[in-house]
Design a protein around this ligand. Sequence first.
Ligand code: UDP
Length: 481
Amino acid sequence: MVLTVGNPSVALLCSPGMGHLIPMLELGKCLMSNHGFDVTVFIVTTDSSTTHSQIIQQTSSNPKTTAALNIVVLPPVDVSSKLKPLNSSQFGARIKITMEESLQLLRSAILSMKLRPTALIVDLFGTDAFAMARDLHMLTYVFFTSSAWVLALAVHVPFMEKELLDRHVKLHEPLPIPGCKPVRFEDTLEPLLLKDEVPMEHEMFLQMGSNIRNADGILVNTWEDLETSVVQNLRSGIIKGKIYPVGPLVRGADPNRTKMDHHQVLSWLDQQPAESVIFVSFGSGGTMSEAQMEEIAYGLELSQHRFIWVVRPPHGDKTATNHGSFFKLENGKSTDSLLEKFLNKTHELGLVVPMWAPQSEILDHSSVGAFMTHCGWNSTLEAITNGVPMIAWPLYAEQRMNAAALTEELGVAVRVKNGGNKAEVVERNEIHRLIRRVMVEEGVCIKERVKELKHSAKMALSEGGSSFNSFHQLAKNLQWI
Ligand code: UDP
């Protein structure tokens, strides 16, 4: 073993998508500012939107950080011919192909660095870079940006008896995961079900699980007290390296950013009573059918609670690729007749925001009383760290598992009746009922529980807390190699 001198130096590799970019940048910031690491973040992107660039810009120039985060956006690669045979729902395969095609660029970029980083830390979609990292004598780490429960599923499935998986997929039996709550069929991940229809997604998921299992270490965006038994079980031998629960790493509200943006939503929130507003948003990519959006509109109106609703073009809409053409909102007016009527009837109650809202700042605002969310893990953690009760409305990926944990284990959310099955429209009365439950009937209990979790999250990150100690341990392990 050798003790390296100076700060531990790491390279982070971030796959396309806001849900990966945001936590990876937070990890970079935390490693650099709180734990003295030298950090370079490599970003693979297919997204040149203003929001994407703004998030990179705001993070790298965060006034709280003493030095700037070194961010390298890798030049986009042309993967159009390779993506052509895939349909749009195969988003996992699309990201993985883009990552594979970017590996050569990453290798050249690392080779051109004056000092070779000790370790490469990748997200779920970056594990194919491990072979290159080992070749360059770097240690291999994963930053798993979802829960430890989902991580346990990912690392166990590739080595599971075939019969267990078959019974889950064909007979809809719960999938047992050692040391964890079994995964119900209704909450399972799509790649497990698509073995025959889309073998590529299935194989890819298994490959990722094996790669993660063989990494030198796994950082996971959770904390010991949130998922105690799952983390303990992961430590009992299934994975090769150490596990470091380092969360919750979330993009916090930034008063400077808010002042700069003067976002209309935040000025509006300033005028509303405490905990009176329900924030409705389905992540960076979640879309609904037109029929479902209509029910949400009526449900909000029926509830008569104040709201902020982030809208996107409905799926199936021909204009969906042309961002902003559906629900065009100019000077508070819309070109869509349903939305126009809705806005006219509810303009004193709430706001509709097209495409993107400053979610961290909204959830941090004292006027927000509940969050109707698709249960992406970042959104989930942002709600918990701000003490905001949730209505869990999962749409895809691991969101149904997150919704199950939030409602059945943690008691900080109520869940839509269809559990997030897109084929069934959730009706307006059900939406009204859910809002009532979380804002009125069960509000006090849920709020108490989520505030306890908020406190526990804060403790984990503060000096001497479990996540703080994980970072400390990681730094020590990276210096003794
Ligand atoms: N987000 C935001 N404004 C929006 C939509 C999303 O700031 O209008 C941010 C949100 O705060 C979170 C991330 O985008 O940090 C979404 O990540 P999540 O894991 O919740 O869901 P995904 O988009 O990956 O499905």
